[in-house]
Design a protein around this ligand. Structure first.
Ligand SMILES: NC(=O)c1ccc[n+]([C@@H]2O[C@H](COP(=O)([O-])OP(=O)(O)OC[C@H]3O[C@@H](n4cnc5c(N)ncnc54)[C@H](O)[C@@H]3O)[C@@H](O)[C@H]2O)c1
Length: 250
């Protein structure tokens, strides 16, 4: 398939996990990919894999928690490739803790990266997307749709991201752009490998958000992201799409 021939796609969180696999998927389908992340080495690895395989990817280090950085990254992508067709907000972090122990710093950091970043990038990208009739995909989580214990900031950030998606979808409903959210369930990435729970957690609460069918692979999420970003999904706007091995079914 070459659904993204001559399209320019900006992907955040491009150094790892679903961000990296999404860059690879878009590039394999003909896109020019601009990847951003705070992890410079990871970015280089993503770009090398794509560029040595006949694809096209440029990268820039960017901390998406700051508005000025987000505007700079969108400008860099447009300067590099001449336009912007798709913005994919993938970058995110999670912190597990008992709610009384959540620090102000951790609360603010999770919200800044997971919720403010997509907002700032959308602000910067929308004028370009209006020109290209492009679209935005926000990678939220099943944690934005259900209560998950020990992750108050993460759940709040992902629930907020879903409402941000819907708010923007309504504001731009008369324009040609589309804005959607994809909600992964458990997926084998560095985020899951690095997950550390505090002591004395109630395991029976955590087992509620582990899929009976097990975790997916980053590519399983990227294939949905690519579909939603493509013209095949031209009627999909303001949608919240779960890719979670049935986790939200029960
Ligand atoms: N893995 C899962 O089980 C799962 C489930 C549901 C939702 N998600 C969501 O999917 C998205 C991707 O997660 P993943 O599993 O691929 O994780 P990951 O840890 O492999 O990748 C996240 C990337 O975000 C980057 N990042 C972190 N802070 C950043 C910042 N301030 N600015 C720019 N980049 C930053 C990291 O460096 C990393 O490369 C996240 O938004 C996550 O919340 C993951």
């Amino acid at each position: 398939m070459s659904r993204f021939q001559d399209k320019v796609v900006l992907v955040t969180g491009a150094a790892s996990g679903m961000g990296r696999s999404s860059c690879a998927r878009f590039a394999a389908e003909g896109a020019m990919v601009f990847g951003i992340d705070i992890d410079e080495k990871g970015l280089q690895k993503s770009a090398e894999a794509i560029n040595s395989n006949g694809g096209k990817m440029e990268v820039a280090v960017c901390d998406v928690s700051r508005q000025e950085n987000c505007f700079k990254a969108v400008s860099q992508a447009v300067e590099c490739f001449g336009k912007l067709d798709v913005l994919v907000n993938v970058a995110g972090i999670v912190r597990f803790n008992h709610t009384p122990d959540v620090s102000e710093q951790d609360w603010n950091l999770v919200l800044a990266i997971n919720l403010s970043g997509p907002m700032f990038l959308s602000q910067a990208a929308i004028p370009h997307l209006l020109e290209s009739k492009g679209n935005i995909i926000n990678v939220a989580s099943n944690a934005g749709l259900m209560g998950q214990a020990y992750t108050p900031a993460y759940c709040a950030s992902k629930g907020g991201l879903l409402q941000l998606t819907k708010s923007l979808a309504m504001e731009f409903v008369k324009s040609p752009i589309r804005i959607n959210a994809v909600c992964p369930g458990g997926t084998d990435t560095e985020m899951v490998e690095g997950a550390r729970f505090p002591e004395d957690v109630d395991g029976s609460l955590i087992s509620r958000y582990v899929s009976i069918r097990g975790n997916g692979k980053p590519e399983d999420i990227s294939s949905m992201i690519a579909y939603v970003a493509s013209d095949e999904a031209k009627m999909v706007h303001g949608a919240i799409i779960s890719v979670d091995n049935g986790m939200m079914a029960g």
